[in-house]
Ligand binder design. Structure first.
Ligand code: PRP
Length: 213
């Protein structure tokens, strides 16, 4: 046992996806006692396995990794596309699968004579998408419950994540266009990838073997 071996600091997204991601790490040989117990503790480590986990808000994972507070982490492709953090994307974990889509009222017809009002948490993704289609839009930036915007007339459409489609269905909305498929990605800080290369590469190899198709 070598307790001086470099620890890999991992930012895990708090929530259901994070628990599935942890299971993947555990199966790959990076277990950590107590991490799934119901508590308010946020940092867990297993020096023997050379791993330390932090539970962070899913949308914050990329910031921890970009700034080196975590060596690696798991973030949704939606966050990577939106914030373009300066990190390496190492693996597609093939979990947390959903899509980024334009949605709106059933039978919505775009009136191209008017600026399209788009409510979203993902302003950059929405802007890139509509810029590539030469469509002028007005972004209405919201933090959540985006589906309400077109119902109340705050926007014409939304750009948001669709997983099962239940939220749209229950609010009489539907997918109008799919922008991009989304899934969880293993990401690395660029400096850590250089200085902890052996440890990170070895982890990536073990994780890759356990990714479900
Ligand atoms: C996300 C997303 C949709 C919903 C889609 O919201 O913004 O509202 O999940 O999932 P579904 O297709 O399976 O219904 P989230 O739960 O993250 O909450 P939010 O309203 O705060 O964005």
């Amino acid at each position: 046992m070598n307790s001086s071996k470099p620890m890999i600091n991992v930012a895990l997204p708090k929530g259901r996806l994070g628990e599935k991601v942890y299971d993947l790490f555990e199966t790959a040989g990076y277990p950590c006692e107590g991490i799934k117990e119901d508590s308010r503790k946020l940092i867990f480590e297993n020096p023997q396995a050379g791993i330390r986990y932090f539970w962070v808000k899913p949308s914050d994972v990329a910031i921890y990794v970009e700034r080196g507070a975590a060596d690696i982490g798991v973030a949704g492709k939606d966050i990577l596309l939106e914030y373009q953090p300066d990190i390496y994307e190492l693996l597609d974990l093939n979990m947390g699968k959903c899509r980024m889509a334009v949605a709106g009222p059933k039978n919505f017809r775009d009136n191209t004579g008017r600026t399209l009002r788009v409510a979203t948490k993902f302003s950059n993704i929405a802007l890139d998408y509509y810029t590539s289609r030469c469509r002028e839009i007005d972004i209405i930036k919201l933090q959540g419950s985006i589906e309400i915007a077109p119902i109340l007339g705050l926007s014409d459409v939304i750009v948001d994540i669709v997983e099962t489609g239940t939220t749209l269905y229950e609010n009489n909305l539907e997918v109008l266009e799919t922008i991009v498929p989304i899934s969880a990605r293993l990401i690395s800080n660029k400096v850590s990838f250089k200085f902890k290369n052996r440890e990170i590469e070895s982890l990536v190899k073990k994780i890759r073997k356990n990714i479900k198709e």
